[in-house]
Write a protein that binds this ligand. Structure first.
Ligand code: C2E
Ligand code: CA
Ligand code: CA
Length: 746
């Protein structure tokens, strides 16, 4: 008999090996010890009939000895979901090894399922059959924890609706403890309850209590949420806490209710989890353990839901004024224009820019500037009809889209807006008379889509501003001065590419570990024009995109980066990878991924040597060519990074569907960490979700020690920013790396 068989239980140690003769065992003492054990023990005779059970068996399964003696264990214990092959498996194992250990599902007297770890030992073998002793330990909770946790976490990753997730928890609980009716309520910030799940309750109950306030005597749940601690009511019919609710619940026949508050990690009550019973009883040990496990999972799910809602608000609405942000405005405007185009309707876009706003900020501080912006937003909202769209584009730029509107009506509205904005306003004891410049672009005459309207509205606004303050202009096609400047830039850029005037700077990215290991460097393009000096990439990249220069520019970029990386590797400089920025336009080239890989291989490098940074607009692009390029790059082993996260769509909901390995938290969030709770919340949510998806987070724009230490204390993303180094030309970066090595930081 191979004693190392995996199913062999660890043998109970034999009695201590002493030289003294074994003391005589008192039978009564043995029985007493067996009964005191938490394990359920049963002994079967040669016919596999139960001939003994201990008190532990009665406690675990609810059967008295008289009810089971003479029956087989299979008759007594197996039920609906038990493994039908269990009896045979045990018999085979006993025949082969004389003992076995199995984890299996059995049922108690009242049908309660129990996971047990079962050890069966053969005690003697007679011709007529085998006697055995079975010891069972209850592992229901461990199993339940495993199953629940797995189901809930899977549900969260698959974006199952919160109420479905909570229903799943209730059902699972009711399966394990059939005497329980479970319900879950959410509690909002204002202290009102919203039923989330009560799969075994009649639905009118949820309708009846929706929106009810929590309070010192608001049933079990409302009171538990109010007190922040569990509330047990064993008689719903008489308990004063239930005065306001018993009538609603009477038809259910439920007699007792035990409700526990669900708290988020800051300790705020965000929901309640309740067990109802058909009789006047108190919860038992199993119920307590069940609640413990579930409270934790419910808190996790509720918190994630709250984070999602906050992120949506942050991503689509301007935090300061509550107006839709640029992304949101563009989206709604696009839809409205599509509709108008089909109906042959018209519209007008008003591009509004405050005059001398910077002065308020500089003279009176940012708080005053913020107050002024809020007042302006409120006045704008009051000057338009509910069906018009509004938005805040950036600092002091606002936009309105007036639908079904002629040129004359647009001018009238713009005049009304100027008047409303010009009303005096008191801020911090100073009187201001806000002034603005408005540019008007008409749909469809001045542009077929929202981007064209925004561009032309901007040009008209610019014209208004340079003509006279607090005025408005309609767009006209001659307003092309800026467009001409752009043409000059385009020409110069073509030459720069040919003459090799472009260069790269590299900015280090540092891990948050104690050694501050180098994670990688980001390559950033630089262009020094012989006359104009440095032209920032934010200005020339869009020009390159419009002028069809992205392909040659990206080819140059990739070659340059590869050559540099090869030189560093030869010089044994430890640069793990180089990040480079890709334009959305590259993803419209059918052969992009194949060409990129081929170029890389020419330099003897691997896809994993690069980190490809792309923006959310690329990820969200619905063109099939873009999606194909993304998938293809991923399949070829390239790492993808989501750049500027937090400025665009910023929906965490699609993260798990994207093949990305890295996410770059935009510098605007990092820079707001010290002043904005919203930025801190977003950062934490992003880091926790990214961690659960094994996505590396890089925080960019880290400028201060405070930002560094906060980020390091909250999960420690990779850090990039001026605090460590500005983007540097390659030789200076090498110097920087060497110096770090000398002071022992790498
Ligand atoms: P990005 O990809 O978000 O790059 C980060 C920008 O933040 C860089 O500006 C960098 O110099 C700056 N930065 C780094 N640390 C700090 C900091 O601590 N504080 C502040 N305030 N800024 C910091 P840069 O070099 O002007 O680049 C601007 C944008 O131009 C880049 O934004 C990227 O979108 C684009 N770009 C740059 N190089 C390329 C390129 O080779 N190809 C493409 N397609 N786009 C590029
Ligand atoms: Ca970048
Ligand atoms: Ca970025």
């Amino acid at each position: 008999m191979p004693s190392s068989h995996p199913s062999e239980p660890e043998r109970q140690p034999a009695l201590p090996a002493t030289a003294a003769p074994a003391p005589k065992v008192d039978q009564g003492m043995v029985v007493h010890a067996l009964d005191a054990s938490d394990s359920a023990i049963l002994i079967t005779d040669a016919r596999r009939r139960i001939c003994y059970v201990n008190e532990g068996f009665t406690r675990m399964f609810g059967y008295s000895p008289a009810e089971v003696l003479g029956r087989t264990p299979d008759e007594v214990l197996l039920g609906r979901h038990s493994d039908p092959h269990l009896p045979q498996a045990i018999r085979d194992a006993l025949a082969l090894h004389g003992h076995t250990r199995i984890e299996t599902l059995v049922y108690g007297r009242n049908g309660q399922p129990r996971w047990v770890s079962m050890v069966v030992n053969q005690t003697s073998r007679a011709l007529s059959g085998t006697q055995s002793i079975t010891v069972m330990n209850d592992i229901t909770l461990t199993k339940m924890h495993e199953v629940l946790q797995k189901k809930v976490l899977e549900g969260m990753v698959n974006e199952i609706a919160l109420s479905e997730l909570m229903k799943l928890v209730c059902r699972e609980v009711e399966r394990i403890a059939p005497e329980v009716t479970a319900t879950i309520l959410a509690v909002d910030e204002k202290g009102f309850v919203h039923p989330l799940a009560a799969p075994s309750m009649p639905s009118y109950i949820a309708q009846a209590i929706e929106g009810a306030p929590i309070g010192p005597s608001a049933g079990s749940c409302g009171t538990a949420a109010w007190r922040g601690e569990p509330v047990l009511v064993t008689d719903i019919e008489t308990d004063p806490l239930w005065a306001g609710y018993r009538a609603v619940f009477a038809p259910t026949g439920l007699k007792a209710c035990w409700s526990s508050p669900i708290k988020n990690h800051q300790g705020q009550v965000v929901g309640t989890f309740a067990f109802y019973f058909q009789d006047h009883r108190v919860p038992d040990a199993l119920h307590h353990r069940l609640v413990e496990v579930c409270l934790h999972l419910c808190a996790l799910a509720l918190e994630r839901e709250a984070a999602r809602a906050r992120i949506h608000q942050l991503a689509y609405f301007d935090v300061l004024t509550g107006l839709p942000n640029r992304a949101m405005f563009r989206q709604s405007a696009e839809r409205a224009l599509d509709l108008l185009a089909r109906e042959g309707g018209s519209a007008a876009l008003l591009y509004i820019d405050l005059d001398r706003f910077k002065r308020v900020n500089d003279n009176q501080g940012h708080a005053a500037g913020d107050a002024l912006l809020c007042e302006v937003a409120a006045r704008l909202m009051r000057s338009v009809r509910p069906r018009d769209l509004s938005g805040r584009l950036s600092g002091d730029e606002f936009v309105l889209l007036l639908t079904g509107c002629s040129a004359e009506q647009a001018v009238q509205t713009a005049q009304r807006v100027l008047e409303a904005l010009g009303e005096p306003v008191q801020i911090d004891g100073q009187t201001h008379q806000p002034q603005a410049s408005i540019g008007i672009a008409l749909f469809p005459t001045d542009g077929p889509d929202i981007d064209a309207l925004l561009r032309h509205g901007d040009q008209a606004m610019y014209q208004a501003k340079s003509d006279s303050a607090h005025s408005l202009r309609l767009f006209n096609p001659e307003m092309n001065q800026r467009t001409q400047a752009r043409a000059a830039l385009e020409l110069a850029l073509r030459q720069a590419l040919q003459l090799g005037q472009l260069g790269l700077h590299y900015q280090p990215q540092i891990r948050s570990d104690a050694a501050q290991t180098l994670y990688g460097v980001e390559a950033l393009m630089r262009w020094r024009h012989p006359e104009w000096g440095m032209v920032p990439p934010d200005r020339f990249i869009p020009v390159a995109e419009d002028a069809g220069l992205i392909r040659p520019m990206t080819d140059w970029l990739v070659d340059e980066v590869c050559q540099q990386l090869v030189r560093w590797r030869q010089a044994r400089l430890p640069v793990p990878r180089v990040a480079l920025n890709l334009s959305a336009k590259s993803f419209h080239e059918p052969d992009f991924s194949a060409r990129l890989e081929a170029r890389l291989r020419e330099h003897g490098l691997q896809p994993a040597d690069l980190m490809l940074e792309i923006t959310e607009s690329v990820m969200m692009d619905t063109r099939s060519i873009t999606a194909a390029n993304i998938q293809d790059l991923h399949a070829r082993g390239f790492y993808l990074s989501l750049d500027d996260f937090g400025t665009g769509y910023s929906s965490l909901s699609y993260l798990h569907r994207l093949p990305i390995q890295e996410l770059k938290l935009d510098k605007s969030f990092v820079q707001d960490l010290s002043t904005s709770q919203a930025a801190r919340t977003l950062t934490l949510s992003v880091m926790s979700i990214a961690r659960s998806l094994s996505i590396e987070v890089v925080a960019e724009g880290v400028e201060t020690r405070d930002q560094q230490s906060w980020l390091q204390s909250q999960g420690g993303p990779v850090l990039q920013g001026y605090l460590f180094s500005r983007p540097l030309p390659a030789p200076e970066l090498e110097q920087w790396l060497k110096q770090r090595n000398e002071v022992g930081l790498s």
